[in-house]
Design a protein around this ligand. Structure first.
Ligand code: SF4
Ligand code: SF4
Length: 275
């Protein structure tokens, strides 16, 4: 069976414009089942109720690409400043409009180059477009941990990251180590700062997590980000107070001390050159 070059995967990701990339072995993420179920129970149908349907499907990349052996996760850092409009605040990730087509195009370019290396390679790109646990796979690929703000947090770049990836039906000649543990420790800043009280620490049943590693979950019935984005889709205005936001909400990212290294985008040199 042809083998994918780890070195080429990383090179193609960087050349496509991603700030980070990692390569994971595909497997069924069984241990995420209780955590995922606990999160769904906490958030109920909520604004993102579609997640409730067929949750087991989200644990297995083989359901997306038969014969899946490799999952590549990529992340692109972005300008963390929220956009101020006359009507209110718009989440920073929306500064240049919908990022999904851009990330999908970058992943498509990577896939084309990998297919030049491995003719006939079966694979699929995803960016919020497929039933796959993107943040869990980012942890598997060594990119960081899932913070109590429910987002992927990278030790150097924080959480202002747009994620996407590839599921590939071929092995790689090397894999990254999954990220181990949580970098949140005793911090609870995001939980305390959430203006909607939408973040709550939830312990999964039968978990072996230590209290310092217990993540939080988002109640999507209260989360301003979920409510505003869903209201745009449905045309129904949320009844809850939105605390000045009209699309998305960045509060649980803004307060995170892990953003400190990224609070000067120009100096950091990462945020604008990829966009
Ligand atoms: S996006 Fe805003 S409302 Fe939602 S969990 Fe984060 S701080 Fe709370
Ligand atoms: S604010 Fe603190 S608890 Fe929340 S994600 Fe950042 S480090 Fe973790």
């Amino acid at each position: 069976m042809p083998v994918l070059s780890y070195h080429h995967i990383k090179e193609y990701a960087a050349e496509a414009g991603f700030s980070l990339s990692g390569v994971a072995r595909s497997r069924v993420l069984e241990e995420h089942g209780p955590r995922f179920a606990a999160s769904l129970a906490a958030s109920g149908e909520g604004a993102l109720g579609y997640l409730v349907r067929d949750p087991a499907r989200r644990l297995d990349p083989g359901r997306l690409v038969p014969g899946a052996l490799t999952v590549v996760m990529c992340a692109m850092a972005y300008d963390p400043r929220p956009v101020e409009t006359p009507d209110g605040l718009v989440s920073a990730h929306r500064r240049d409009g919908d990022y999904h087509p851009r990330i999908m195009a970058m992943l498509g370019a990577m896939l084309d180059r990998l297919r030049a290396d491995v003719p006939g390679l079966v694979g699929r790109a995803f960016c919020d477009t497929s039933p796959i646990l993107e943040k869990a796979w980012a942890v598997e690929a060594g990119l960081g941990w899932i913070g109590r703000n429910s987002l992927l947090v990278n030790l150097s770049l924080g959480s202002y990251l747009l994620l996407g990836g590839l599921v590939l039906a071929a092995p790689a000649d090397r894999y990254d180590e999954p990220y181990s543990g949580s970098g949140c420790g005793a911090c609870r800043r995001c939980v305390a700062a959430c203006p909607a009280g939408a973040l709550a620490v939830v312990t999964a049943p039968d978990t072996t997590e230590s209290p310092s590693e217990t993540p939080a979950t988002v109640d999507t019935r209260r989360c301003i980000s979920a409510l505003t984005i869903e209201s745009l889709r449905s045309g129904i205005s949320p009844a809850d107070p939105l605390h000045g936001w009209i699309y998305g909400c960045d509060v649980c990212q803004t307060v995170c001390p892990r953003q400190k290294k990224c609070d000067s985008p120009k100096k950091n040199g990462i945020f604008f050159e990829n966009q």
